[in-house]
Ligand binder design. Structure first.
Ligand SMILES: Cc1ncc(COP(=O)(O)O)c(C=O)c1O
Length: 452
């Protein structure tokens, strides 16, 4: 079976399944026509847009979601990795109801906010935290703090990483191959129009899994660099694991050059291990950023770390926000972290994750599909590249036709997935082995169809 024949079949499948998707989602089509009048692309955030229109959801319970046409799906989208607790979890719903009855907002710190901060410090081994409302705010504030502590302006980030949509980090997120520069000297390529050109001067990029490249940059002008912000494992181009020893080398190099190491655990925190990627890999940064799963499905985020670094906030590194520490979101987050995402829950997630990844890998091998499956607790993915990736440049080697076929195929078979090759599945504590089997069956049929 040549890859060319698989690719040709993938193209046919994508065309057929996309047509079926449109036929069976008329209510989403109609809501799109309405939504596009009040919101560009008919969505609240560009990440929610899709071609020809997104599938609009009506509700979610447990491991299931229902679209506006009334079709039920097993949810593996998980709100981009937020819903590890599953939908409408009784403990989280109860906490939100209780909080709603005692006042939803004061812009004054409440006891529940303090308890949530304490739990974050305990779980992620942080001296102190501050709260925010989104991952974007958390990384923005952590970077300002790093700049304040070091008195340096330049931010170093990893090529192919997303850290939110504030200007400093909107460089080389998914750079086009003709603009990204050489492997050893990657360019800073803006992701958006509207970012002052000057900003590029303060954001440099370096490849993941290349401690030698980092060492060269730091030896050359480390004294100008405030921080290195990175995901300890890349989770916005599928999943890229750190090589053995890479994170340890990064830690050592940052310490040597007085560069603040920031781990962006917006996706990995509370999903890949109870204490996030830092716990999983045993490497601890100076500052960490969290969002998504820590809020049990409500908009809350945090950044925190070493006491000496956090001490710069009262000394004048500004960090503000009307909704920071909102009691409703803190109540949901506290219930999620202390009552739902318990050690037993992580065992359940790990077990299901392994069954899912192994099931997909078996189908890939049986039908010789140029892909591989990644297993990472609540998170995992099928990546349409024969070998595991080591950095962003490997991500560009994808067979894009295969992903284009897989998304409508899975959704048409009751598996709700993120509409992007850069995303992963999210399993919740409310998923069952039957839910996982449905994914494996649908994916196995896809592999069979691709193989002919
Ligand atoms: C690693 C990472 N950092 C930061 C963000 C930004 O978070 P938010 O969308 O809550 O602003 C994201 C969002 O997907 C992310 O994946």
């Amino acid at each position: 079976m040549t890859d060319d024949r698989i690719t040709a079949r993938a193209r046919d499948i994508a065309e057929r399944e996309s047509a079926t998707l449109v036929e069976r989602t008329p209510a989403s089509g109609a809501l799109f026509e309405r939504a596009v009048r009040s919101m560009p692309e008919g969505v609240a955030s560009t990440f929610q847009a899709n071609d020809p229109y997104p599938i609009y959801l009506r509700e979610g319970r447990g491991s299931r979601v229902w679209d506006v046409d009334g079709t039920e799906y097993v949810d593996f989208h998980g709100g981009f990795g937020t819903m590890v607790v599953g939908h409408a979890h009784p403990k989280v719903a109860e906490a939100i109801e209780r909080a709603a009855r005692s006042g939803t907002h004061f812009a004054v710190t409440t006891e529940i906010t303090v308890a949530f901060a304490e739990e974050l410090c305990r779980r992620f081994r942080l001296d102190q935290v501050r709260l925010a409302n989104s991952g974007t705010e958390a990384t923005m504030s952590a970077i300002r703090l790093a700049r304040a502590v070091t008195g340096r302006d330049t931010v170093l980030k990893i090529e192919g990483s997303y850290h939110g949509h504030h200007d400093t980090v909107m460089f080389s997120v998914v750079p086009n191959s003709d603009l990204m520069g050489g492997r050893d000297t990657p360019s800073s390529v803006p992701l958006s129009r509207g970012i002052p050109q000057d900003t590029a001067r303060h954001t440099e990029v370096v490849a993941f899994n290349d401690a030698g490249a980092l060492e060269r940059v730091l030896d050359d002008h480390g004294s100008e660099i405030a921080c290195l912000i990175m995901e300890p494992l890349m989770m916005n181009i599928g999943i890229v694991m750190p090589d053995d020893g890479y994170l340890q080398a990064v830690r050592e190099l940052c310490t040597r050059h007085g560069v603040i190491l920031i781990f962006d655990e917006v996706k990995s925190g509370a999903t890949v291990a109870p204490g996030g990627a830092a716990e999983r890999f045993g490497v601890f940064p100076d500052l960490s950023c969290f969002a998504k799963a820590i809020g049990g499905g409500t908009p809350i985020a945090a950044f925190g770390g070493r006491a000496e670094v956090m001490a710069e906030i009262p000394r004048g590194a500004a960090h503000m926000g009307t909704f920071n520490g909102n009691p409703l979101a803190c109540a949901a987050g506290l219930a999620a972290l202390t009552e739902v995402l318990t050690p037993d829950a992580y065992e359940h997630l790990a077990k299901l994750g392994t069954i899912l990844a192994e099931g997909c890998q078996r189908a890939i091998a049986e039908h010789s599909i140029p892909a591989h499956a990644v297993d990472l607790g609540a998170k995992g993915c099928v990546s349409y590249r024969p070998e595991p990736m080591r950095n962003y440049r490997d991500f560009l080697e994808a067979n894009v036709e295969l992903f284009a076929a897989s998304w409508p195929w899975m959704v048409n078979r009751g598996i709700f997935m993120t509409p992007g090759d850069e995303e992963q599945w999210t399993i919740s504590v409310q998923h069952s082995e039957d839910d996982i089997q449905r994914y494996i069956d649908a994916f196995g049929e896809l592999c069979e169809a691709l193989a002919g």
